[in-house]
Design a protein around this ligand. Sequence first.
Ligand SMILES: NC(=O)c1ccc[n+]([C@@H]2O[C@H](COP(=O)([O-])OP(=O)(O)OC[C@H]3O[C@@H](n4cnc5c(N)ncnc54)[C@H](OP(=O)(O)O)[C@@H]3O)[C@@H](O)[C@H]2O)c1
Length: 311
Amino acid sequence: MRVFVAGATGAIGRRLVPMLIQARHEVTGMTRSPDRASALESQGLRAVVCDVYDTDGVRQAMLVARPEVVIHELTDIPANVNPRRFAEQFRSTDRLRTEGTGNLLAAAQAAGARRFIAQSIFSAYQPTGGPIKREGDRLWSDPPEWAAPMRAVVEMEQLLGGAEHLDVLSLRYGYFYGPGTAYASDGSVAERVRKRAFPIGRGASGLWSLIHVDDAASATVAALDRGEPGAYNVVDDEPATAEAWLPVYADVIEAPKPLRVPGAVIRLGGGPYAAYMMYELRGASNEKAKRELGWSPTHPSWRQGFRKELG
Ligand SMILES: NC(=O)c1ccc[n+]([C@@H]2O[C@H](COP(=O)([O-])OP(=O)(O)OC[C@H]3O[C@@H](n4cnc5c(N)ncnc54)[C@H](OP(=O)(O)O)[C@@H]3O)[C@@H](O)[C@H]2O)c1
């Protein structure tokens, strides 16, 4: 199959591209960097150097590649996310999710692609109601200003849902762990946990859905030819509170035990976004992705996944 990957050099793109090549797909990868393009070509794919905001360039690149499927993995997330600066730090990712998505969709349509798979995120569900969200549940369309990036995700999902002449799937990935992610043993989350700068709020009730980045990549490969258009939660089987996952994570990376502090300290120290993650975040169910994509994660839970991949 001819596949065009926008974001071939990012945290998931780097894991996805070798899987696509292994499965004998004819891959074109997009990057803004000539150096990274050369590195991509040495892996056996065709690379195009293009910025997604160069609308003519993207269109031309797709017309040449004639992809059957376009995969959109564009983000611009800093390696070290500061919860106090969440909205500011995600502004460029918000633009990729809105304007960038629009440009990719238009180019894919012009090139006659039949399917479009986009990266979304499980944490954009409205944080009210039950603890585990399914794909039909409401997204957070009217978040407060500190959570503005959620609005961009909802806008992206609306663009995807309204696209014509293409089958569009949005993959609502869990938080990535594994090589090249912030949760890798050399990543920014590990660094914070080693410094005991990632405390657990007492009575933490927020549910984190995690996913090994290779499992996110394998779900994306499955979505090339399986699954009706629509949204899919690509998360592991065990949404967990920070009280559950963080001590295990700290143990695996040989960090000191995380501090436990009152919720008020989380809010004071990390601001409303940190408090939301600790107390309001909802987890997600992967039943639909398992059933309709014929996929299941190699690491069904972060419990084994952390030990196997981070230890
Ligand atoms: N679900 C999750 O938990 C999740 C999802 C995504 C990222 N993250 C985290 O965020 C951090 C950074 O991840 P990342 O490396 O994927 O992000 P990144 O460095 O922001 O790169 C993402 C991809 O987007 C491309 N890109 C960005 N802006 C572009 C533009 N204007 N035009 C064309 N391409 C553009 C980059 O290509 P070039 O730079 O080569 O041009 C790269 O391939 C990591 O810690 C990762 O784990 C987490």
